[in-house]
Design a protein. Sequence first.
Length: 400
Amino acid sequence: MGIVERIKEIEAEMARTQKNKATEYHLGQLKAKIAKLRTQLLEPPKGSSGAGEGFEVTKFGHGRVALIGFPSVGKSTLLTMLTGTHSEAASYEFTTLTCIPGIIHYNDTKIQLLDLPGIIEGASEGKGRGRQVIAVSKSADIVLMVLDASKSEGHRQILTKELEAVGLRLNKRPPQIYFKKKKTGGISFNSTLHLTHVDEKLCYQILHEYKIHNAEVLFREDATVDDLIDVIEGNRKYMKCIYVYNKIDVVGIDDVDRLARQPNSVVISCNMKLNLDRLLAKMWEAMGLVRIYTKPQGQQPDFTDPVVLSADRGGCTVEDFCNHIHRSLVKDVKYVLVWGTSARHSPQHCGLAQMLEDEDVVQIVKKKEKEDGGGRGRFKSHSNAPSRISDREKKAPLKT
Ligand SMILES: Nc1nc2c(ncn2[C@@H]2O[C@H](COP(=O)(O)OP(=O)(O)OP(=O)(O)O)[C@@H](O)[C@H]2O)c(=O)[nH]1
């Protein structure tokens, strides 16, 4: 029997089983069995990267956004509108067969937008191009789920289910469960609060299903069995998702109003160019990018070419900023001067642990320079445009 058939069989058994206190252990075990089989199903064939031909697109820019949705909802039209890159759009389904990248220029940053083939129900079982689409989506920072405003609301649920089945968790944060496998010592089960969904016995049974006999488990929130399985599997991807309802030009104002009020949703019309700026603003907000402008000593900040940091990738402290410029920079930093919303007063003298915020301006004062020149210190040739800064530095008077 194939993996898909085994999953279906277990799902049928779960549907037949009544949910009550007596069956919860059995149901928990069945859930763990399904999770294990799904992980097996998703393992890429040996020797392949997971993506397929036409899907291996090099990462570019400061972030990556994937467009996913059913066929003919307007993904290609949206890519063309936002990036100017032409992606085949037509009124028949499955016009896009591979991954088409485009670049959005927004707020001094470049964001890579990927148009992907429409996915269908059963994508999680490898139907259609589902497997490749999902593999590429996982490589993105956020997902835009494009939906047809004139079609059933059920589409959103079906897509979310398909993505959940392959380990993508949309608009959720990782469960607050500490889990560590050990070599000896048995299982230690603890919680910092009263648990209503999982008890020690259920936890033991699930771990047993994974053949884990020595581990430390600490619940820091009232998590569910599914959360525990997610933590044990350890391969879940937690992503922000914006639900983009396209084609609002063909639905009534009441429907538009209802859709627009849902959380994480934006209503747009590509054909009439409606609300695209709102979509860009929402996308920017969800990506959580932080632009830091560098200021050479005695000169105006360089507002053309920010260093772009992200809390999800690498972090946003002064140390992360320095590492982004050059790995060896951190050990030379005496302190930094920060102007902007993260500073309590302008400029603020900060250390490496200071959290930076979007549009802060940073000047680095190096140890050696201070010692060498008594105030002649300056931030040299470590920005994204080194030659330009050092050229300007040569001419400019050295003020803070
Ligand atoms: N009424 C209306 N039609 C739209 C809008 N945006 C796109 N369309 C139409 O929807 C059809 C499908 O658009 P595509 O951009 O090819 O859709 P897709 O999601 O890329 O489709 P696949 O490549 O099959 O996955 C085309 O005929 C578009 O003209 C819109 O805002 N309003």
